[in-house]
Design a protein around this ligand. Structure first.
Ligand code: PAF
Length: 282
């Protein structure tokens, strides 16, 4: 595996692979790998001739009061993991090489970015869409793989790739969970032992709604109350950021569940912000 820091170098290598008709997979990450990242790398490896993993803690997607400086990092361990999983290139650029001091061009998908995580993180998806577009230009991948835990990110990237005609297939892979249901996230490292014990109830609350829908309850106001009761009783260290029932593709709110619906939520703890989602289809 080559560790490449220079964007022009990664682009030149990937363009020559394209000329050789080799199929390239890209797994964009911010590092501190867990089994969720590993599932993306394994699937990327399986579906391509060349696997490029990017590791870049993208400053543009963090708000001024967010955790950019303390975002968990372990480059040595990440290098070992990417190598073990068969990456051909681990692309680890410096922020200054990705964003010139007078960087001024941004990619936005406003329609899908304002709701859910976009309410408390107003510039987040602009930063994500911009860096992913840049990675697509540098790596020219045939496929790019993302986790479904960041469902909103996935639909935004898909829309961006379609609207800007990137010749790439966007693949979303299922959420990987701990045994107790907590969705894997690099930010789980921020949880105190007590918060970690309660955190699986974020998911369990959402699962409760799924069970109620199977039993015939479709009014989302009623379901929302049931989830909030569950959290109040079991996740006292969490504070709701949002809890939404939305159409999975256009992210518009759903009031009565009659088709595929995404139940998405975010919770603050003292030092972390956790997100999760489940699908409901009556
Ligand atoms: O999901 C992430 O880790 C990041 O948002 C991504 C897609 C790597 C862009 O920085």
């Amino acid at each position: 595996m080559d560790i490449v820091r220079n964007p022009a170098e990664v682009q030149s290598q990937c363009l020559s692979w394209r000329e050789e008709k080799l199929r390239i997979a890209l797994v964009p990450t911010m590092g501190f790998f867990h089994a969720g990242h590993e599932s993306l790398m394994m699937e990327g490896r399986r579906r391509s001739d060349r696997l490029v993993v990017s590791l870049f803690v993208n400053p543009a997607q963090f708000g001024p009061d967010e955790d950019l400086d303390r975002y968990p990092r372990d480059p040595e361990q990440d290098i070992r993991t990417a190598e073990r999983l068969g990456a051909d290139i681990l692309f680890m650029p410096e922020a200054g090489d990705m964003y010139a001091a007078d960087h001024a061009a941004w990619v936005e998908v406003p329609d899908l970015s304002a709701s859910l995580c976009g309410c408390s993180r107003p510039a987040h998806f602009r930063g994500v869409a911009t860096v992913v577009a840049k990675l697509f230009h540098l790596v020219v991948p045939h496929i790019a793989l993302f986790g479904q835990k960041d469902w909103q990110q996935l639909v935004i990237v898909r829309r961006m790739a379609r609207d800007l005609a990137f010749p790439v297939e966007i693949i979303g892979l299922p959420i990987v969970r701990e045994m107790d249901g907590l969705a894997l996230s690099s930010r789980n490292a921020y949880l105190s032992p007590d918060e970690r014990r309660q955190a699986p109830h974020l998911y369990k609350g959402l699962e409760l709604a799924r069970t109620m829908v199977i039993q015939g309850i479709t009014d989302t106001a009623f379901l929302r109350e049931a989830i909030r009761r569950h959290w109040a009783e079991n996740f006292s260290l969490g504070r709701e950021d949002y809890l939404s029932f939305v159409h999975p593709e256009n992210l518009r709110p759903v009031e009565r569940i009659s088709g595929a619906t995404l139940v998405a939520a975010a919770m603050f703890t003292l030092r972390a912000r956790l997100i999760d989602n489940v699908f409901i289809n009556p």
